[in-house]
Design a protein around this ligand. Structure first.
Ligand SMILES: NC(=O)c1ccc[n+]([C@@H]2O[C@H](COP(=O)([O-])OP(=O)(O)OC[C@H]3O[C@@H](n4cnc5c(N)ncnc54)[C@H](O)[C@@H]3O)[C@@H](O)[C@H]2O)c1
Length: 387
């Protein structure tokens, strides 16, 4: 494990708990000590909660060695990198991994937003480089995205999938697109929600309440963005827009304004909401004319259309998308929602949205149309979901 910050220390814990011998590497002694401390604090918490007994804790710790020397990589079968999210740093670390790792090792990056293809292409063995994207906190979150590139040897992906299953994780597969499955669907929806709010059709409280009460989401989109961090959401969108040129992914101007104003959400005390005072001024004036009716429905429909398009383009399976959104975001499973509403009803709504916005990204997915036009739409959808 290279990089022992929030994610790296958590992944070390996952690996060692599953019985693997682990080497944890960071760049200097202080950073290594920090990683060791993170691991021990997390294990102590597990013991306090009765999830681990003291002997097991000891056994986990004894399986982990720490250091700064990447020469230990000569003995590694799986190498996971989780250093800070900087392209030059990742390239440099992968050059070192490339110099030391055995020929048959899996080389993985935990990056959330960088191109895995370009990291792979910088090595002498791009066929062995993949993304293994854990979610925070790694010891408790079962979901892991496994990402291949146009250069990957499929056997490497198969090995990574079984390796993660043996760790007790729920790996889901996709290709190398910005945001992968979970962040691209989530952040795409969040951006649409911000635009709707900024249009002045609904108040922030109404919008957040509608997504919870009408759509069954665990949290409203604006409150969620405040929690994730406006800067973090904005950065994912910039990367997505850069790649897709889908205008829906261009950060909503209001999001950019909050970023420029330093209103980053909970961490700065203010974002869409003010967490410092009772009297919180909304960044958008209270709507005078609109009722906000149907907005939750619209946001959900667009999100379902995006999920179906992922399947249409062979990017991911319905089952993996459902697992990703439910485990990663505690959101309702898109393909379950689609089945409950029926492909025809969802298509009709999506057509209405497209007619109104004329936004190319809002065009109904061809697969959604095919499902709705099938002799038995529900059976066609079930067949798709079972594959
Ligand atoms: N934090 C999250 O929620 C999250 C979730 C999924 C993926 N990620 C991704 O995981 C990676 C790490 O994120 P994090 O939140 O753990 O960051 P972090 O800042 O907590 O940790 C980064 C670690 O990398 C170490 N490092 C820096 N240069 C190094 C080098 N040359 N060699 C070895 N170690 C070095 C740092 O000392 C630090 O311990 C990033 O790519 C990020 O995008 C983060």
């Amino acid at each position: 494990m290279i990089g022992l910050g929030t994610m790296g220390a958590g992944i070390v814990e996952v690996l060692a708990k599953a019985g693997h011998r682990v080497f944890g590497i960071d760049y200097d002694d202080r950073a290594v000590a920090g990683g060791r401390e993170r691991l021990e604090t997390s294990l102590d918490r597990a013991v306090q909660k009765g999830k681990l007994n003291p002997d097991e804790r000891q056994a986990v710790v004894s399986r982990v060695s720490f250091g700064t020397d990447k020469a230990v990589l000569t003995g590694a079968s799986v190498i996971i990198e989780a250093v800070s999210e900087k392209p030059e740093l990742k390239q440099a670390v992968f050059a070192e991994i490339d110099a030391h790792a055995p020929a048959d090792a899996i080389l993985a990056t935990n990056t959330s937003s960088l191109s895995i293809t370009s990291i792979a292409a910088g090595t002498t063995r791009p066929d062995r480089v993949i993304g293994i994207h854990f979610f925070n906190p790694a010891p408790v979150q079962p979901l892991v995205e496994v990402i291949d590139t146009v250069l990957t040897d499929p056997a490497v992906i198969d090995r990574a999938m079984s390796f993660l299953q043996e760790l007790g994780k729920r790996p889901i597969r996709c290709g190398d697109r910005a945001g992968f499955i979970v962040n691209s669907l989530l952040v795409g929806y969040l951006n649409a929600a911000v635009r709707t709010y900024a249009d002045g059709r609904i108040s922030r409280e109404q919008l957040d309440a509608a997504m919870v009460e009408e759509a069954g989401y665990p949290m409203g989109p604006l409150a969620l963005l405040d929690m994730i961090g406006i800067d973090v959401g904005h950065a994912v969108l910039v990367r997505m827009y850069d790649e897709t040129k889908d205008r829906r992914h261009a950060p909503a101007p209001l999001l950019t304004q909050l970023l420029e104003a330093g209103l980053l959400g909970r961490k700065t005390g203010r974002g869409f909401y003010d967490y410092r005072s009772e009297e919180s001024v909304a960044p958008v004036r209270t709507p005078q004319w609109a009722s906000g009716e149907g907005i939750a429905e619209e946001l959900v429909t667009d999100y379902l259309n995006d999920a179906v398009r992922m399947v249409e383009t062979n990017y991911a399976t319905p089952d993996d998308i459902d697992a990703g959104m439910s485990l990663g975001c505690r959101m309702p499973k898109p393909f379950e929602v689609l089945a409950a509403r029926g492909p025809r009803a969802v298509l009709d709504r999506q057509r209405a949205i497209f007619e109104r916005t004329a936004e190319p990204g809002d065009r109904p997915s061809a697969l959604l149309e095919a499902l709705a036009d099938a002799a038995e739409p529900q059976a066609a959808l079930e067949l798709l979901r079972s594959r």
